[in-house]
Ligand binder design. Structure first.
Ligand code: ACO
Length: 319
């Protein structure tokens, strides 16, 4: 084939791809896609899957200290859901041509990122409320958008994940509401957790639009349908009234409802802190990576046993 024919073939494929995106169709694993689209999605999806799995650690810290059997079972169910979310998203990401083992290796060797939010410590029981309510609340805002994204396997995984995140969000809010109806000490504990998790939850939605190098490209392909700042505003607008309803004070002196825009105005975000956390220098980055590596090593025998069992079954079924 002549060079000009190859170029016109490639241009035609690209324009068909863009037309399908413009028409709101999903792109499926066997469809042609630009290499850059594949790479960007793999980056996002693998980071997302890693976040679900690393996100189990701050909550796992409280499983043995949950204040009642009921709280313990709810927390355990939530943490198990997060492992499931990691698995759906790793499976979705594998359709882009990288195996789960490779992605996990990238996480464990520090080549891949995971969400900044999981590098903060969980210091008291109210943190379990704050994480479910705020962290999963911010995740829902982001993931409701991703459930309509252009890559089919990612969008479909998000539908179920969002349903489960809603349960997580409500159980977190319920913990906070319960503490706010309790003793003075319990109310202070809830306020303290809220103070510590509010700003990191706002940051977790990503850098401001002017400092977000990937947004324009992702939005042109409808992977992202809203920008980081739009999602952040949405999260703040829906969360502030929830805080006020249970008597919590938002730790932001500049927070103000603007009746003209019908949005809350808020104070300066500490982007230095965010940049430190995503470059490995947050309060718990080293601890989280150590815990994750240890968990991977300690689970090796389980993976080996499961593989041996599957091989034995396959052999007996074949016989
Ligand atoms: N934590 C760690 N890194 C972040 C974060 C964050 N909260 N936000 C942005 N970054 C990184 C980006 O990954 C990117 O770095 P990279 O190019 O080396 O990958 C850099 O900062 C610049 O950011 P953006 O250009 O804004 O990146 P992007 O357009 O991909 O937007 C976002 C970031 C919003 C996190 C997007 O990737 C996304 O929606 N991902 C899927 C959702 C997700 O991962 N959620 C994780 C938490 S949900 C949960 O686990 C409960």
């Amino acid at each position: 084939m002549e060079l000009h024919e190859m170029n016109s073939d490639a241009a035609e494929r690209e324009s068909r791809f863009l037309k399908r995106i413009a028409e709101g169709q999903t792109i499926e694993p066997k469809d042609w896609m630009p290499e850059r689209y594949r790479k960007q999605l793999l980056r996002m999806m693998s980071q997302h899957a890693h976040s679900e799995v690393v996100g189990m650690l701050p909550e796992g810290n409280w499983l043995t200290r949950a204040p009642s059997l009921m709280r313990k079972s709810v927390l355990l169910a939530k943490i198990q859901d997060e492992a499931g979310h990691g698995l759906y998203i790793y499976s979705g990401a594998e359709t882009l041509g990288t195996s789960r083992e490779e992605m996990i290796d990238q996480l464990l060797t520090g080549k891949a990122k995971y969400s900044s939010i999981f590098n903060y410590p969980s210091l008291n029981w109210a943190d379990m409320g704050a994480i479910g309510w705020l962290v999963d609340g911010a995740a829902i805002v982001n993931q409701t958008m991703l459930a309509k994204c252009s890559y089919g396997p990612y969008a479909r995984a998000m539908v179920r994940i969002c349903k489960e995140e809603n349960f997580h969000n409500k159980q977190g809010y319920q913990i906070m509401a319960h503490l706010m109806r309790g003793t003075k000490e319990q109310q202070e504990m809830a306020q303290d957790a809220f103070n510590r998790w509010w700003w990191p939850s706002i940051m977790m939605l990503g850098p401001s639009d002017k400092n977000s190098p990937n947004s324009a490209e992702l939005m042109s392909w409808k992977v992202k349908l809203q920008s980081n700042d739009e999602l952040r505003q949405r999260f703040i607008d829906r969360t502030v009234p929830q805080a006020e309803a249970i008597g919590l004070t938002v730790p932001d002196e500049k927070l103000k409802w603007n009746p003209q825009t019908r949005h809350y105005e808020f104070g300066e975000i500490n982007w230095d802190e965010f940049n430190q956390v995503i470059s490995g220098n947050g309060p718990c980055n080293r601890l989280r990576m150590k815990q994750r590596r240890d968990a991977h090593e300690n689970g090796r025998w389980v993976r080996e046993a499961a593989l041996a069992h599957a091989a034995k079954r396959a052999k007996s079924e074949a016989a």
